[in-house]
Design a protein around this ligand. Structure first.
Ligand SMILES: [Zn+2]
Length: 266
């Protein structure tokens, strides 16, 4: 009988220890059972979501950055058939902080662009100035989709004010200002240049344009919307808009007489 009693007490002790262990195991889960208390969770989420709070963080801008997957490819094609979906791209820098301003003039100090392109821009501007064709005047670089939307809506309003029916205004506006999402300025690889009077229109026929057409590709830049490719690009001749694609691709495009659409889809 004594022996049986000892076995019974032993069983109780083992059972008790097992219950205590289970209780200990359950405790961490209990603390995760209130995800709504965390700022990362705007609404109650299942416990499984607690393992990856980064992807559930509050705000609308974080997820597109994640989706962009790093610095955009130099040859990324953005046009009305291939809209930009990468949000704010990685790899942007503030141009004014990366360059010596001697041979480059900036419309404002806040402009941003891809670091690699800015480095190439400085080398190109130095060569341009050394050959007497400088300076390089930049009036526009990276543009967010939201900012492009503002530019586009402003254009739509001006088109309506000039007498175009509202139903046709967006179509007319899109011939001169790219629709938000369709601009390669969203990548950080595009720049608009001006003539020495700081106007886009006076870039055409300038020393800078002549020099760039011949020498830009050595530094990785192409005139993106030439007059003989409007059918392919869908964009009017924009002598002032240059695009960084890297020296190898730019030289190939120059040699083959191809615009970016033709080059990446060849
Ligand atoms: Zn442009």
């Amino acid at each position: 009988m004594k022996k049986n009693a000892m076995i019974q007490w032993g069983l109780v002790a083992v059972l008790g220890a097992a219950l205590a262990a289970v209780a200990m195991l359950l405790r961490p889960d209990a603390s995760l059972a209130k995800p709504e208390a965390s700022p990362f969770f705007p609404s109650p989420q299942p416990i499984s979501g607690a393992a990856s709070p980064t992807f559930l963080s509050v705000g609308t801008t974080t997820q597109p950055i994640q989706a962009a997957g790093g610095v955009p490819d130099r040859l990324v094609l953005v046009n009305s058939n291939h809209p930009w979906t990468g949000g704010t791209p990685q790899g942007l820098c503030t141009i004014a902080q990366q360059i010596s301003c001697q041979n480059i003039r900036l419309k404002n100090k806040e402009m941003r662009a891809q670091s690699e392109a800015v480095l190439a821009l400085q080398q190109m501007a130095d060569a341009m100035a050394a050959e007497g064709a400088g300076p390089l005047i930049i009036v526009s670089a990276y543009r967010s989709v939201d900012y492009q939307d503002k530019l586009f809506q402003n254009k739509v309003q001006r088109v309506i004010a000039s007498g175009t029916p509202m139903s046709n205004a967006e179509q007319v506006a899109s011939q001169e200002v790219t629709r938000p999402g369709d601009s390669e300025h969203h990548t950080g690889y595009a720049f608009d240049l001006a003539g020495t009077d700081n106007l886009l229109d006076s870039f055409a026929g300038s020393d800078q344009e002549r020099w760039l057409l011949e020498n830009g590709p050595k530094y990785g830049f192409v005139i993106r919307y030439p007059s003989d490719k409007t059918e392919v690009t869908g964009i009017i001749h924009e002598p002032w808009h240059i695009r960084y694609v890297g020296a190898e691709a730019a030289s190939d495009m120059q040699r083959l007489g191809m615009c970016l659409e033709e080059y990446v889809e060849r």
